[in-house]
Design a protein around this ligand. Structure first.
Ligand code: PLP
Length: 399
């Protein structure tokens, strides 16, 4: 006998989701995530994966994962706080080097890296100043940082940030202050104004925490991220990153000082209360991804060329791509129905996959589909995609 109140609640949620027609079901991959993939039994051009550098199905990545499994086994055995594998320690070291930081610590996901570290670093009486469009994992991490003052500033608005920092100096007395921001905003693809943020942090006795999820492997000449892009290396105290996007595996990390790493190792809740960390195979593949990126920075250049080309073609057709400066290119259509129809027709008629996104993930009236090109898309594939957008956009009266 199932509890009635529980059942009613779940049914209401289910009906509402069906009503607004969020993805009718999960799209099922029956092979690797590539530019063209076997999705739901058909060959589909994928234009929404985070596999920015096309590494997810790279033969060397697969070989590295297999070699690590052969050497260490498939599972973890125990959590890192009890016994840590040398390959896990090596991954921490290589990521620190990649981010030009003294040390880094890997978490099971980017989500837990934010959650687990923000809560640890910010304690009673501290002040968190956060961009209004920060990722949910930052918001949740800030919520967990109890008894802190939490202040939101307008998206990338440096005047508002300064105003909020100035106002809060009156109340923040002894506690420390952290400015926290996505480096690349995951729904709009714009970049935070990091040099100005760092300057304001210095001016108002604050430190900076950036979420490099969509910046590592994407921004900077060598793909090292936003600090490299803006030439402010060494000026950001905490850099969070994820392995699940450009580095094409799974996991997140925090890069900063040796002391920070040790403190998180000892106190961060995902370390203290979970066995779940990257398994040897995942570590092997992630190490290989860092190595390939270092060896082949031209992948980042190719990603940039593809992004520039695709964005311009969409803009020339009259699509609204918002303020994007990165491979995340939204096509903003303004209503949930239009976003759903655009995504659906692209999929069904053109065999192109781009998901629709609506409120509450993005503000009302900015409903969109979110496209992402990667370094491996060929010009022919991009031209095909542009043609598909044009046909469907005209059919729906969007352009
Ligand atoms: C800006 C940002 N931060 C953090 C995360 C979480 O990373 P992960 O997917 O590795 O948990 C994401 C992923 O969607 C993200 O977009």
């Amino acid at each position: 006998m199932v509890n009635e109140k529980y059942q009613k609640f779940i049914r209401e949620q289910f009906d509402e989701l069906k009503r607004i027609n969020y993805a009718p079901h999960f799209r099922v991959l029956a092979g690797p995530d590539d530019t063209k993939s076997n999705l739901d039994g058909q060959e589909i051009l994928v234009l929404c994966a985070n596999n920015y550098l096309g590494l997810a199905n790279h033969p060397e990545m697969k070989e590295a994962a297999i070699a690590a499994i052969k050497k260490y086994g498939a599972g973890m055995g125990t959590g890192r706080k009890i016994m840590t594998y040398d390959i896990q320690e090596e991954l921490d070291e290589k990521l620190a080097e990649f981010k030009s930081a003294d040390a880094a610590l890997v978490y099971p996901t980017g989500y837990t890296a934010n959650m687990g570290s923000i809560w640890c670093v910010m304690t009673e009486g501290d002040t968190i100043v956060s961009d209004e469009l920060n990722h949910a994992s930052i918001i949740d991490g800030c919520r967990m940082a109890r008894k802190t003052n939490r202040i939101i500033y307008k998206h990338t608005d440096m005047e508002d940030l300064e105003k909020k920092l100035k106002e809060s100096t009156k109340t923040r007395e002894t506690g420390k202050t952290m400015i926290i921001t996505d480096a690349v905003f995951s729904m709009d693809g714009d970049i935070c104004p990091l040099p100005e943020i760092v300057e304001l942090a210095e001016k108002y006795d604050a430190f900076t925490f950036i979420d490099e999820a969509h910046a590592s492997g994407v921004l900077g000449k060598n793909g090292r991220g936003t600090c490299e892009h803006f030439n402010v290396e060494g000026k950001v105290e905490v850099q969070m990153g994820t392995l699940s996007k450009a580095l094409a595996t799974v996991g997140g990390y925090i890069a900063g000082s040796e002391e920070l790493r040790y403190y998180l190792y000892r106190r961060s809740r995902p370390f203290c209360f979970s066995t779940g960390f990257l398994s040897p195979g995942e570590c092997g593949a992630a190490l290989k991804a860092v190595e390939i990126l270092k060896r082949e920075p031209e992948r980042v250049e190719r990603l940039r060329d593809n992004t520039k080309y695709f964005k311009k073609e969409l803009q020339d057709l009259g699509f609204n791509t918002g303020v994007s400066q990165t491979p995340i290119t939204p096509v903003i259509v303004g209503t949930p129905e239009k976003a759903q129809s655009l995504s659906k027709l692209l999929y069904e008629k053109e065999k192109i996959f781009c998901g629709a996104i609506s409120y509450p993930v993005v503000p009302k009236g900015t409903d969109r589909i979110r496209s992402i090109v990667n370094a491996h898309h060929t010009r022919e594939q991009l031209d095909y995609a542009v043609g598909g957008f044009e046909r469907v956009g005209k059919e729906l009266g969007i352009i």
